[in-house]
Design a protein around this ligand. Structure first.
Ligand SMILES: Cc1cc2nc3c(=O)[nH]c(=O)nc-3n(C[C@H](O)[C@H](O)[C@H](O)COP(=O)(O)O)c2cc1C
Length: 346
């Protein structure tokens, strides 16, 4: 029997109660400072700013038009997806949620749920390369639409992991460059480092030689996005890692427009952070993102009803997005622009 979102959240609350309250609004307040855990670092402001930056934009309702049946399908480098909403990577479910769900079960549910709604899955990375090997094995049934995000190790190690991923059939890969600041990496004394532009170019070149598109995740400044474009990246994700690396960053909806302005015509700009509903997705698209990623709500959905929970949540997001497009007069993704939002200047 298909559970409702309310039932999914109730079941999840029981299962993750040690680390997450499954709050009515997932906004980083109750879990501030909880990393490991589900929160943001320090005061939690970076996570909270992701949510409040989205709240600063309102949708302009339009109902006198012909867009009664919007099409939200999305083309990701030749992959036809049902919507511009992708699953974000989450490293170590047991470590962050102290639940009974293993990383293997989570990854299998994530890929099965993403397959059911026809969007991409993604996996994270840990210091031991056998960890990545396992993630690739667990997602092998959906490997061409699973995006691994490699941590910013030294270049030879990153390249060896790129080669491992390509051999497993991966077609799109990325690196979460902001992983250089993760407290969880510090706790493990993991050798993550900030990346230089020549290093990034070398990594991207190797990825292209291996036939994989390359995405840089964790970009919050236009000049850094330009470095990615110059280094040959196919995409960037405007992201502050869900507020888990640096306290007091702006929300990603605030960081996004100047980045789109700087590189939007050179590579694909994606964004994540605080996106919870179809209306939030539409706001990010109106601010210039081509697609978005969601993380924390997926972990809750999987704890509530495994792959069905994820498919139910993503199905709801898609329906909400279509309805929001319909009521703002957007027949398809190309029709979405700044005219559909009005923004509050603080
Ligand atoms: C518990 C947890 C673990 C995460 N692990 C990873 C990871 O391994 N790799 C990565 O690139 N991002 C990781 N992220 C960041 C997410 O992919 C994403 O950028 C961010 O959480 C999006 O914000 P949202 O959770 O508000 O949707 C993690 C986030 C959380 C909450």
């Amino acid at each position: 029997m298909k559970l409702t979102m309310r039932e999914i959240r109730e079941k999840a609350r029981e299962r993750v109660k040690a680390r997450c309250k499954v709050c009515p609004a997932c906004n980083g307040v109750a879990c501030a400072g909880e990393v490991p855990g589900m929160g943001g670092v320090g005061t939690g402001r970076s996570f909270q700013n992701n949510v409040s930056a989205l709240l600063d934009h309102r949708l302009v309702m339009r109902v006198l038009h012909e867009a009664d049946n919007p099409d939200c399908s999305f083309d990701l480098w030749g992959n036809k997806l049902s919507m511009p909403v992708l699953a974000a990577p989450i490293g170590s479910i047991p470590g962050n949620l102290s639940s009974d769900l293993t990383d293997e079960r989570y990854t299998r549910c994530l890929t099965a749920g993403c397959r059911a709604v026809n969007t991409t899955a993604s996996v994270g990375d840990i210091p031991n390369p056998d960890g990545l090997k396992s993630f690739l094995e667990w997602s092998k049934d959906y490997i061409s639409l699973t995006i691994p995000f490699i941590k910013p190790w030294g270049v030879p190690e990153v390249i060896s992991r790129l080669e491992m991923a390509a051999a497993a059939g991966v077609k799109m890969i990325g690196t979460d460059v902001d992983g250089a600041g993760l407290p969880t990496m510090r706790m493990m004394a993991a050798p993550v480092k900030v990346r230089t532009a020549p290093e990034l170019a070398k990594i991207i070149k190797r990825s292209h030689e291996l036939g994989m598109k390359f995405i840089v995740k964790g970009i919050m400044a236009a000049d850094e996005a330009t470095i990615c474009a110059d280094a040959g990246a196919d995409g960037v994700i405007v992201s502050n890692h869900g507020g888990r690396v640096l306290d007091h960053t702006p929300g990603t909806a605030e960081a996004l427009p100047p980045i789109v302005e700087a590189v939007g015509n050179r590579l694909m700009v994606l964004a994540d952070g605080g996106i919870r509903t179809g209306a939030d997705v539409l706001k990010m698209l109106a601010l210039g993102a081509k697609a978005v990623l969601i993380c924390r709500p997926l972990a809750i959905a999987v704890h509530g009803d495994e792959e069905n929970g994820l498919a139910t949540y993503f199905g709801q997001i898609r329906q909400e997005l279509i309805e929001a497009m319909r009521l703002t007069g957007c027949a398809n993704l190309a029709a979405i622009n700044r005219k559909i939002i009005n923004s509050r200047v603080r």
